[in-house]
Design a protein around this ligand. Structure first.
Ligand SMILES: *[C@@H]1O[C@H](CO)[C@@H](O)[C@H](O)[C@H]1NC(C)=O
Length: 327
C-alpha cells in the first residue's frame, strides 16, 4: 500500500516535471521593416537569434481608410503596394519555427490609424484575417501569418474590440494565431490599457524605453520596479517580454549588455510568465550585435541559482501537498 502511494506521488511529480520542462524556452522578438539597411527578412531569420519576428508596420487603417504600410524601402516607399516578394521569405522563416506577426500601428506621424467604433474594429479584424491570417492571396502573397501585434500609440478607443474580434477568428476557424501588444512601460497603461485588460494577448512586449519613469536611466531600479508591476498586472497566461532599444541610437533606455546579463535578466526571469526580450529593431541589432551578447542569458533554461531555488520550493510544496493527500 505504501509502495502504491509512493508510486502515485512519483507519477504526479514526473507529470509536473514534464509539463514544466515542456514550457516554451523563451527567446528574442525583433521588429523588422523600418530600415532597409537591416538586410532582408530571411537573413534575419537564418541568423538563429530570434524566436519571433514582427513585420513593421501596417500604419494606415481604420475609419474607412485604404490600408497602407511602411516597410522603409524593403518593397515600397511608403505608398501602398503589394509586397508579395516577401511571401517565400515569410514561409522560410516559419519553416524554421520562427513566428512571424504583422505589427499594426507604430509612431503616428500624421493621424494615420485609428478605430472609429466597435463596428469599425470588426471591419479591420475582417481585413486583417482575410489578408494575412487566412492563407488567401493578399498583399504579402498567400501567407498565413502567425498573428497580429498591436503597437498602438493613439487613443484608447476600440483596441479591446479589435482584440476580441480577432480572438473570435482564432477560436472559431480552427487555427490558433497569436496576439501581441507593445505598450509603453508606464502604469496605468495608456493607449493599450483596455486592450490588455481583455487578457487576450499571448505576448506583451513592454517598451521599457523613451519613458524615464520606467526605463534604465541612471540605474536599474525604475525599470525593475516597473517590471514587477507588469508581472502583477497581467495574468499568468500572458507572457511578458522586456522591450529594449538594441543600440543607444534606437531610443533612451538602452541597457549595456553586462547590466542586462548581470542584473536585469536574472530579476526578470523570476517571473513565471517571463518569456524573453523584445528588441527595437533589427537594424540596430545588426549594428550593435546586441542579441549575440545577451542571447544565452535570455533563454529560460539558463536559470540563475535564485530561480532554481524557487523551482525547488515549488517542488517541495507540491510534494508536501501530495503527501497530505496520499499518505
Ligand atoms: C488567459 O486566460 C483567460 C482566462 O483566465 C482567458 O480568458 C484568456 O483568453 C487567456 N488568454 C490567452 C492569451 O490565452
Amino acid at each position: 500500500m505504501a509502495f502504491q502511494r509512493l508510486a502515485s506521488i512519483i507519477l504526479l511529480l514526473s507529470l509536473f516535471t514534464i509539463s514544466y520542462s515542456h514550457r516554451d524556452n523563451g527567446g528574442i522578438a525583433v521588429y523588422w521593416g523600418q530600415d532597409a539597411r537591416e538586410g532582408d527578412l530571411v537573413t534575419a531569420c537564418n541568423s538563429g537569434k530570434y524566436k519571433i519576428v514582427l513585420l513593421a508596420f501596417l500604419n494606415k487603417f481604420g475609419a474607412g481608410r485604404t490600408p497602407e504600410w511602411n516597410f522603409a524601402g524593403h518593397c515600397d516607399n511608403g505608398a501602398w503596394k503589394k509586397c508579395t516578394e516577401l511571401e517565400p521569405e515569410i514561409k522560410q522563416c516559419q519553416a524554421r519555427g520562427i513566428r512571424v506577426l504583422l505589427s499594426i500601428g507604430g509612431a503616428p506621424d500624421y493621424s494615420s490609424y485609428l478605430l472609429s467604433s466597435p463596428e469599425d474594429a470588426k471591419e479591420v479584424a475582417n481585413y486583417l484575417y482575410e489578408n494575412f491570417l487566412s492563407g488567401q492571396y493578399g498583399p504579402l502573397g498567400s501567407v498565413t501569418l502567425d498573428g497580429i501585434d498591436f503597437d498602438i500609440e493613439v487613443t484608447e478607443d476600440y483596441w479591446d474590440d479589435l482584440a476580441r474580434e480577432l480572438d473570435f477568428f482564432r477560436r472559431t476557424t480552427g487555427r490558433y494565431f497569436y496576439l501581441s501588444a507593445a505598450p509603453q512601460c508606464p502604469i496605468p497603461v495608456y493607449y493599450l490599457g483596455k486592450a490588455i485588460a481583455t487578457k487576450l494577448f499571448d505576448y506583451i512586449f513592454v517598451q521599457f524605453y523613451n519613458n524615464p519613469s520606467c526605463s534604465y536611466v541612471s540605474g536599474t531600479n525604475a525599470l525593475l520596479n516597473s517590471w514587477d508591476k507588469w508581472v502583477d498586472l497581467v495574468p499568468s497566461n500572458n507572457s511578458l517580454f522586456v522591450g529594449l532599444p538594441a543600440a543607444p541610437s534606437a531610443g533612451n533606455g538602452y541597457i549595456p549588455a553586462e547590466v542586462m546579463n548581470g542584473r536585469v535578466l536574472p530579476h526578470a526571469k523570476k517571473a513565471s510568465n517571463y518569456e524573453g526580450v523584445m528588441l527595437w529593431d533589427r537594424y540596430r541589432d545588426v549594428q550593435n550585435g546586441y542579441s549575440d551578447k545577451i542571447h544565452s542569458n535570455v533563454i529560460k533554461s539558463k536559470l540563475p541559482a535564485s530561480v532554481e531555488s524557487v523551482t525547488d520550493a515549488i517542488y517541495q510544496s507540491v510534494y508536501k501537498a501530495l503527501r497530505r493527500v496520499f499518505v
